[in-house]
Write a protein of this length. Structure first.
Ligand code: URA
Length: 215
């Protein structure tokens, strides 16, 4: 896992399998079907890395041979919250990893000034839960910061929130870090910059369109 001295809350997951799959996702000739499969696979690999620190408790079980105390994920339950719509492509991969997780949804769209407009919030109860917010692209950072605002406003502590993205622009990471310095942001790549339409360069284009085959 790589870090960047400019952004203390940013973690770049540089595992070779993650980087390899991301290259195929960036490639403009990759089909919708393959893009969707790769997003699910890459999220599963990233999810494996980011859940590394989940606390374990011990449960009494019996194997066919003997009783034993065996490790299980402790206390706090997980909730996966995709930011609509492209985040859906990531929640599927996370659910492969933790099938019993609760799933919330936060819907925002970008207005002409690039600011997020919220149109849907549906969340499980927040008590004692760790939340994984997911959205493939952190471009301006406004939607990511807004999604985290929604959880914080409901009383979820920053230490119980992780944000998982695929590609981020420095501009967006900076906006997110200013608003939520204590929420960890995990990405597969930190790209160069935003273009004049707030798309990430080199990026991978419009993640939602590539995922759902829309224009
Ligand atoms: N959203 C996308 O899907 N792609 C970008 O490059 C920026 C925002």
């Amino acid at each position: 896992m790589k870090t960047d001295p400019r952004f203390p809350n940013l973690f770049i997951l540089d595992h070779p399998l993650i980087q390899h799959k991301l290259t195929h996702m960036r490639d403009r000739t990759t089909s919708t079907r393959t893009f969707r499969e790769l997003l699910r696979e890459i999220t599963l690999l990233m999810g494996y890395e980011i859940t590394r620190d989940l606390p374990l408790a011990s449960r009494a079980i019996e194997t066919p041979m003997t009783p034993m105390q065996a490790p299980v994920i402790a206390g706090r339950k997980l909730a996966i919250v995709p930011v609509l719509r492209a985040g859906i492509g990531m929640s599927d991969g996370l659910l492969d990893l933790v099938p019993s997780a609760r799933v919330g949804h936060i819907g925002v769209y970008r207005a002409a000034d690039q600011r997020p407009v919220e149109y849907l919030v549906k969340l499980p109860d927040v008590e004692e839960r760790v939340f994984i917010l997911c959205d493939p692209m952190v471009a301006t950072g406004y939607s990511a910061a807004h999604a985290a605002d929604v959880l914080v406003a409901r009383g979820v502590p920053a230490s119980h929130i992780l944000f998982l993205a695929l590609v981020a622009a420095p501009e967006g990471v900076s906006v997110f870090a200013q608003k939520h310095p204590n929420i960890k942001l995990y990405v597969a790549a930190l790209d160069e910059r935003l273009d004049e339409h707030a798309y990430i360069v080199p990026g991978l284009g419009d993640a939602g369109d590539r995922l759902f085959g829309t224009k």
